[in-house]
Design a protein around this ligand. Structure first.
Ligand code: BT5
Length: 266
């Protein structure tokens, strides 16, 4: 369902005293909000500036995958951050964002979402949102992080490409009601502001315990497909670097930095 345009003015109105959302760069169509946000960050855009597009022609997933981004239907947003984190700790940003997205999705639904490490938000086992974090660092510092978030809002199953139809969902599919996309965006930015503030002020433990509250695979056997192979074991949780900890064969913990987690059903 194509709905009314997102209104940056409505978003600002709902967010009078926020740190994030200093400036919304709003576009009808972009290749990818992450690409535009990267260009702006290189040109000196401030922390908290946001790029929103009504449509992406080449919405990006991880590892060169595609994010389906039809016009005036969903939310495609990239937030520019300049965190004072060690480069090794930037995955904390993805996990912080997953908590903010899950909190926001939960507030629009009668059923609870879950987080699939590292970047998927699922409802009833289907993906409703994805996060793509891209950072630019030198040897000691993070120069900027582009936090890209895609959330399926008014995306009917009938309009989804066949490749994702059985594994994706949207607020519309789950509630049978269209959602006001500006109101969703405002609440998401509010929650990101809150989670990012907590990460900065109190460090990762507060965020990681909220993250674990949405993590349903703890104690379950999983298979992880990584860029360079695969492994399996019991999921134990996450560590300070945002790595997934598995109990591997022989009981030794194994740290996974990147990959896709698939529950093993017996
Ligand atoms: C992600 O990648 O989940 C990250 C998605 C990030 C998208 C946002 S939109 C705003 C910003 N600008 C961008 O260009 N990107 C970010 P990954 O875990 O690799 O998942 C990609 C996979 O999810 C695809 O291979 C499909 O199987 C599936 N998929 C694609 N589009 C989807 C959609 N709209 N809803 C649910 N699943 C989808």
């Amino acid at each position: 369902m194509a709905t009314e345009a997102i209104s940056p003015a409505e978003i600002h109105k709902a967010l009078s005293s926020q740190r994030l959302c200093k400036n919304i760069h709003y576009f009808e169509m972009l290749e990818s909000t992450n690409i535009t946000a990267q260009k702006l960050a290189r040109q000196g855009a401030l922390e908290g500036e946001i790029v929103v597009a009504e449509q992406q022609t080449h919405g990006k997933g991880r590892l060169g995958r595609n994010w389906s981004s039809p016009p005036r239907t969903n939310l495609y947003l990239s937030l520019i951050l300049r965190p004072k984190l060690l480069p090794a700790h930037t995955p904390q940003i993805t996990l912080m964002a997953a908590v903010a997205v899950a909190d926001t999705v939960a507030s629009f639904l009668p059923m609870a979402p879950e987080i699939k490490w590292p970047n998927d938000i699922l409802v009833q086992g289907k993906k409703i949102a994805g996060i793509l974090t891209e950072s630019s660092c030198d040897s000691e510092r993070v120069l900027f992080v582009i936090l890209g978030i895609g959330v399926n809002l008014n995306y009917s199953k009938a309009r989804m490409p066949e490749t994702i139809r059985d594994k994706a969902t949207s607020l519309l599919e789950l509630t049978q009601r269209p959602v006001d996309r500006s109101a969703f965006a405002a609440r998401l930015i509010h929650n990101l502001d809150q989670c990012y503030g907590s990460l900065e002020k109190s460090g990762f433990p507060g965020i990681s315990s909220r993250w674990e509250g949405y993590f349903r695979l703890r104690g379950k056997q999983v298979r992880v497909e990584m860029p360079d192979g695969h492994t399996s074991g019991k999921a134990l949780g996450i560590d300070m670097d945002g790595a997934l900890i598995l109990e591997g064969k022989g009981g030794d913990p194994e740290r996974i930095l990147a990959g896709d987690v698939i529950p093993i059903t017996v």
